[in-house]
Design a protein around this ligand. Structure first.
Ligand SMILES: NC(=O)c1ccc[n+]([C@@H]2O[C@H](COP(=O)([O-])OP(=O)(O)OC[C@H]3O[C@@H](n4cnc5c(N)ncnc54)[C@H](O)[C@@H]3O)[C@@H](O)[C@H]2O)c1
Length: 381
């Protein structure tokens, strides 16, 4: 059983995702002796940290046992690492990915893959033409609650799926009384900000796989908090939406509804809640838990006007048991991608999937600008 090593450039290593997800999970795989491949070999990822702040990079590299680091992306791309992860902020990602493709690196990047669908598809085609492996992070279906929802669907629980409803978001402080919990670039267009661009990336693959492929979108968006205070205490104008409502047409004739806001308060089970209604049953999942109600368990809950409900509706749902091993979702993404590179295993979320996510955001923005429904055409390499 041999040890094989694979270099992974993490561009944006000192950012939130770079440190807490990508570096942390690759380091965990390495610390456990590597990923055991089909042939018994062990694949050990070797991160190369890239960012703009030498002090922060040095400290992070030291904390993980003297990893290689550099402030020059070109220097990292000229080195032997085989994989390029871009988890720096969204703006500028296409240009960085093009450089990595030119350097012959396999591409595994954060969402959204590009600001527009044209750029996202251009990246997918360039990586494919170059014969490189390519993928985007799609972590949410590995969260235990949504994994159980997917398992429920795949078991045929719902019958005909009628609708999917996503209710997501929380209150993000504006930085005056309490610091904002999201980076300020999320609220600036030129830096790749915007809630729809950020979050439609998740809703696209979740709706496509949990309910049915999306064929149409009609959206309304708003900027609830137009002025905020950034990490340095400076006031700035918000020039993107922080609230997005979307109605979706599904290929199976069903309907999707997405209510997503960074200016809403939570009175539901989790920050992200997905409900699917079908002819045979319904299910509701948050990030960790999933509940179902069959047709036979459905209450007669149509009360005459003015009468109080006499039932505890929440108590009428049955929790789906934990039957699958639970792992860190980003680690699951990395393990699948490493297998894709090392042993040709399939990797579903390639850069076309990444472009589909950007496409939904793109069309939602166009729907708002033009005040109409937008068809969602198929994307192909
Ligand atoms: N998959 C998910 O669930 C998920 C969740 C959050 C964020 N993201 C994505 O991850 C990316 C990073 O988000 P974050 O929340 O970690 O942001 P962040 O602001 O914490 O990190 C971004 C990092 O990139 C650095 N950076 C900015 N411009 C750069 C440049 N030109 N070159 C190199 N480095 C640069 C910043 O200094 C920072 O260290 C975004 O694309 C975001 O959409 C994905």
């Amino acid at each position: 059983m041999a040890e094989r090593r694979v270099g992974v450039i993490i561009n944006g290593a000192t950012g939130r995702m770079g440190t807490t997800q990508h570096l942390a999970n690759l380091a965990a795989i390495a610390a456990e002796g590597g990923l055991v491949l089909r042939d018994g070999d062990r694949l050990i990822p070797e991160p190369v940290l890239v960012g703009r702040d030498a002090g922060k990079l040095r400290a992070l590299a030291e904390a993980h046992g003297r990893l290689r680091w550099t402030t020059s992306l070109d220097e990292a791309l000229a080195g032997p690492a085989a994989i390029f992860m871009d988890c720096a902020n969204t703006a500028g990602r296409p240009e960085r990915v093009r450089r990595a493709i030119a350097a012959g690196k396999h591409i595994h990047i954060e969402k959204p893959t590009a600001p527009t669908v044209e750029e996202a598809m251009a990246l997918a085609r360039a990586a494919q033409r170059a014969g490189l492996r390519h993928g985007v992070i799609q972590d949410k279906l590995f969260l235990p609650g949504f994994a159980k929802l997917l398992m429920t669907r795949e078991a045929g629980f719902f019958g005909r799926i009628l609708s999917i409803r996503i209710d997501a978001g929380s209150w993000i402080f504006d930085g005056t009384t309490r610091p904002g919990q999201r980076p300020s670039w999320n609220y600036r267009k030129d830096d790749g900000g915007g809630l729809a661009l950020d979050m439609m990336a998740h809703w696209r693959y979740m709706v496509d796989r949990l309910a049915a492929p999306i064929t149409g979108v009609c959206a309304l968006m708003a900027t609830a908090i137009p002025e905020r205070v950034d990490e340095q205490g400076r006031r700035y104008r918000v020039d993107v939406e922080d609230t997005s409502h979307a109605l979706l047409r599904l290929e199976n004739g069903g309907v999707g509804v997405i209510t997503n806001s960074w200016a809403t308060r939570i009175r539901r089970d989790d920050t992200m809640v997905v409900q699917i209604d079908g002819t045979d049953g319904s299910a509701v999942a948050g990030r960790y838990r999933c509940f179902t109600q069959t047709a036979g368990e459905t209450p007669d809950a149509f009360f005459g006007g003015g009468q109080r409900a006499t039932m505890d509706f929440a108590a009428q749902w049955r929790e789906v048991a934990d039957t699958q091993p639970v792992g860190n979702p980003f680690r699951r993404c990395w393990e699948a991608f490493l297998r894709h590179v090392a042993e040709d295993a399939p990797y579903v979320p390639d850069l076309v999937e990444g472009a589909k996510a950007v496409q939904l955001a793109d069309l939602a923005y166009r729907s708002v600008a033009e005040g109409r429904w937008m068809a969602v055409p198929a994307l192909r390499l």
